[in-house]
Write a protein that binds this ligand. Structure first.
Ligand code: C2E
Ligand code: CA
Ligand code: CA
Ligand code: CA
Length: 280
């Protein structure tokens, strides 16, 4: 039967309504979590491949829900962005992550140079308020700019407005290193390498998944590693899950890795225990 516009609207309405209600529900959940200390930060180690030594952590947000337990970022970051709650969420992540890194640096002074990487959403580069948030978190925790890294995905870089550039330059002036996240998945990955504000690139997990079977993926990763090193960037390989991947990646010239092989994102307490095992 021929569909008319009207029947389509009627057919899709329940779905549309469901989604709208879900957004409203999630928005309330996020507000509740912000109010009641339900915003949690987990930490995943980033390691130096030839020693296994941790060089830093990526801070990854989760939301504690009274009935549904721990909710992953994929389920709420989008809604936090749409509803403008991402700024409040970020402020909490910044505060917790800087405070935690400062504590680890005090507790494990032999692990020098530990950093914490914090993810920011593209929209946060439209508002200079982010600089004040970061400055405040650094001041309160006693950290300096070079103790933290900011991770941004390539999608942000598509809107290279003057505001974005100003904010990135400001971060750089404070010694904060900026990392291109999910490198290789965007539309113009290579042009971003010309931007001097970037210190690090993270090769996306999608390049690593089949690397031991797919010669082409391996060559791509080798090339990205060489290219990055040639222009003086640090490179982190994401999503390393197996020993074979680790070995191959080391052979291809990767020094810094992150992935389930080394550790999943964990609450601060579990990371503290893990770090105690690490130091003599
Ligand atoms: P991302 O920044 O690319 O973070 C890496 C994601 O890959 C994390 O998922 C991590 O748990 C997962 N991962 C790490 N190693 C492996 C591995 O070996 N195998 C597999 N299969 N996965 C691995 P998570 O924590 O669910 O975070 C998802 C995304 O949510 C992040 O992707 C990031 O884009 C976003 N996100 C997380 N925290 C924040 C935040 O505080 N602010 C903002 N704006 N976004 C955040
Ligand atoms: Ca990231
Ligand atoms: Ca990533
Ligand atoms: Ca990602």
């Amino acid at each position: 039967a021929k569909e008319t516009g009207t029947t389509r609207v009627v057919e899709y309405f329940p779905e549309l309504q469901r989604r709208m209600m879900e957004t409203v529900r999630f928005e309330n959940d996020i507000r509740e979590a912000i109010r009641n200390d339900g915003v949690e930060v987990h930490y995943q180690p980033i390691i130096e491949a030839h020693t296994g030594r941790p060089i830093g952590f990526e801070a990854l947000v989760r939301m504690r829900h009274p009935e549904r337990g721990l909710i992953p970022p994929a389920d709420f970051i989008g809604i936090a962005e749409e509803t403008g709650l991402i700024g409040d969420l970020s402020r909490i992540v910044l505060k917790k992550a800087t405070r935690q890194l400062a504590a680890w640096k005090r507790e494990f002074p032999s692990l020098n140079g530990l950093t914490v990487a914090i993810n920011l959403s593209p929209s946060q580069f439209d508002d200079p308020a982010i600089i004040d948030q970061i400055a405040k978190a650094l001041e309160k925790s006693g950290l300096s700019g070079d103790d933290i890294k900011i991770e941004v995905t390539e999608s942000m870089l598509m809107e290279n407005t003057s505001q974005t550039v100003t904010i990135m330059e400001d971060m750089k002036d404070r010694g904060i290193r900026i990392c291109i996240d999910d490198f290789g998945t965007g539309y113009s990955s290579f042009s971003h390498l010309r931007n001097h504000a970037f210190d690090t690139l993270k090769i996306d997990r999608s390049f690593i998944m089949r690397i031991t079977e797919d010669k082409r993926d391996a060559e791509l990763v080798r090339t990205i590693l060489q290219l990055g090193q040639n222009i003086g960037m640090n490179i982190i390989v994401e999503g390393v899950e197996t020993k074979d991947q680790r070995t191959l990646l080391s052979d291809l010239g990767a020094h810094h890795m992150q992935g389930f092989l080394f550790g999943k994102p964990l609450p601060a307490k579990a990371i503290s225990d893990w770090l105690s095992d690490w130091v003599p």
